[in-house]
Design a protein around this ligand. Structure first.
Ligand code: ADP
Ligand code: MG
Length: 537
């Protein structure tokens, strides 16, 4: 019986070996794409969208999500990067590369007629063992060791847009994460990142408090307020437009005038009420019209309008104020406090700083740089650094970078594999080989000979130097702890676990059933999906 007899015409199928090879091919492609960006000497990619928007980036997850990948297995690979991004915030390239390499090595085993379920099982055994070893050899830190945290931030940012001023950045990031720490917990929502174009990258600053990309609504308002009493409202201070919003018929000009007077009085009352609470800074989620603006300015109140809900909530947290929806219920105690509120001129426009003394429940990093592309890439580097610092604080464990940890894991896993009987042993061994992909790629991307470097790293590990890795500042194999190239444990444990999950899942697929989309994704006679990565052509 042919497939067509039990499945509709619109279904495409690839079965058995073809399905496996097809998926492995796609996964390898994905890994190849991001590979050249790994490490401080990795290159950037330029991504151009349909409408001509440009992103220049080195960030694995950004590249993959922007690529609009269609192949189902390739999409699963992209998911690894996304998980890595959300769980740790860094290490996306590493995780995807590991999965790709696991699958590539599995292909070798498939060629030797080893069944995919055996390979999967071997990979599972290997992954468990690797996690155990990883935990064993990672280094404990105290969460208040700022030097270590700074080194972690610097390792994360080396080779990214933020590289030139990475010391300044490392300071900013550590202060920022420590600032928002509450009872040892870090909520990334309490960190606000804003970007302004103009000025230099080095002018990027950390502000304890909230920065709003908004100016005060009237130049008659004071540009700076010390000891601000902050009121947040989520309703408009506007005359209602009688033609649109109310259904009353007006027969004469005087009636209209009365109505307007009434509304004006209502606004006057509201402003009176606001001012009577002692408020001298007002942030409104909705509009504030000219009349209200005039009255507020007369009262000496600093005001911003159309402040996003998210920002309003951050100000609420930073200043300890309540967001008011109904003015009649407002009391002095609902107001918050900010040490200083001020309007600050940027290159082209003005922004508002709502500033606390030293520490604030909300910290803002205001990124500055010459162009949109520059500040966007810095933001990604900063996000990596923030993720790393917070995961180091959370788990209090770090490992050596520069391929050192992967080399040691690989070595110990190989030793472990020799004790395994059965064919799974080969898979465990291939898993260990896959880990070496990280040091070799770091070398390759720096234009060094990957074989020479790997040989040297392995030799050093064989003599017990478990921290030997490739230092890309000196291009030599050195002790990574001394070179201060360290990373959080979580990057590696997450990368290994999601890479294993996806690799084993893809391996077990022996049947791809594809509903035929309109024009794309159609498989040709050889079972390939010719345009699965059409966006790359
Ligand atoms: P990912 O998306 O996986 O984080 P990166 O491009 O950020 O990829 O590269 C991370 C890798 O670069 C890690 O293996 C890290 O140890 C390594 N690395 C960072 N700084 C250095 C350095 N100075 N020398 C050698 N390796 C480094
Ligand atoms: Mg990184």
């Amino acid at each position: 019986m042919k497939t067509g007899e039990i499945m509709p015409e619109s279904i495409n199928r690839v079965i058995g070996k073809d399905a496996q090879r097809n998926n492995i091919f796609a996964a390898k492609m994905i890994s190849e794409v991001v590979k050249t960006t790994l490490g401080p000497r990795g290159m950037d990619k330029m991504l151009v969208s349909d409408n001509g928007d440009i992103i220049v980036t080195n960030d694995g997850v950004t590249i993959l999500t922007e690529m609009q990948i269609e192949h189902p297995a390739a999409k699963m690979m992209v998911e690894i990067a996304k998980t890595q991004e959300s769980e740790v915030g860094d290490g996306t390239t590493t995780s995807v590369m590991l999965a790709g390499k696991l699958l590539e090595n599995a292909e070798r085993l498939l060629d030797q007629k080893i069944h995919p379920t055996i390979i999967s099982k071997g990979y599972r055994i290997a992954s468990e063992k690797v996690q155990e070893i990883l935990k064993d050899i990672s280094i404990e830190i105290t969460s208040d060791n700022e030097n270590v945290l700074r080194q972690i931030a610097m390792t994360a940012m080396t080779g990214k847009g933020a590289e030139d001023s990475k010391e300044t950045f490392a300071d900013i990031l550590v202060k920022c994460v420590k600032g928002v720490q509450e009872d040892g917990k870090i909520d990334m929502n309490n960190i606000k990142i804003e970007k302004v174009i103009g000025e230099k990258i080095q002018d990027t600053e950390l502000i304890p408090g909230v920065v709003l990309l908004k100016e005060r609504i009237s130049k008659d308002m004071p540009p700076k307020i010390s000891d601000a009493r902050v009121l947040l409202i989520d309703f408009p201070l506007e005359l209602k437009n009688p033609e649109i919003e109310t259904k009353i018929s007006i027969s004469s000009h005087s009636e209209l005038q009365n109505l307007i007077n009434e509304e004006e009085n209502a606004i006057k009352e509201m402003v009176e009420k606001i001012s009577s609470t002692g408020c001298n800074a007002l942030f409104c989620q909705k509009g504030i019209d000219d009349f209200a603006k005039y009255l507020l300015a007369k009262k000496g109140i600093y005001a911003c309008r159309r402040v996003g809900r998210n920002d309003l909530e951050k100000i609420s947290k930073a200043t300890n104020s309540r967001i008011i929806s109904n003015l009649s219920e407002i009391a002095s105690k609902d107001l918050g406090y900010a040490k200083k509120i001020e309007e600050v001129k940027q290159t082209d426009d003005y922004v508002t700083y709502i500033k606390e003394e030293e520490n604030s429940k909300i910290m803002t990093i205001l990124i500055r740089g010459g162009t949109v592309h520059v500040v966007d890439e810095i933001e990604r580097a900063i996000m990596d650094g923030l993720g790393d610092i917070s995961s180091a604080i959370n788990t209090k464990l770090v490992v050596c970078g520069g391929g050192a940890i992967e080399a040691e894991l690989s070595k110990r896993l190989k030793e472990f594999s020799s004790k395994i009987t059965g064919r799974e042993r080969l898979a465990v061994y291939e898993f260990a080989n896959a880990l070496e992909f990280i040091p070799t790629t770091l070398a390759e991307n720096a234009g060094l000979d990957p074989i020479d470097i790997l040989t040297e790293i392995k030799r050093r590990h064989d003599t017990g130097e478990i921290n030997a890795g490739l230092n890309l500042f000196t291009n030599k194999v050195e002790n990574m702890l001394e070179a201060k190239i360290i990373e959080p444990y979580k990057i590696k444990s997450q990368a290994i676990s999601s890479a294993t999950d996806v690799a084993t899942m893809i391996l077990r697929i022996d049947d791809i059933i594809l509903s035929k989309p309109q024009n794309k994704g159609k498989m040709n006679d050889t079972g390939n999906m010719p345009d699965f990565m059409s966006s790359l052509n």
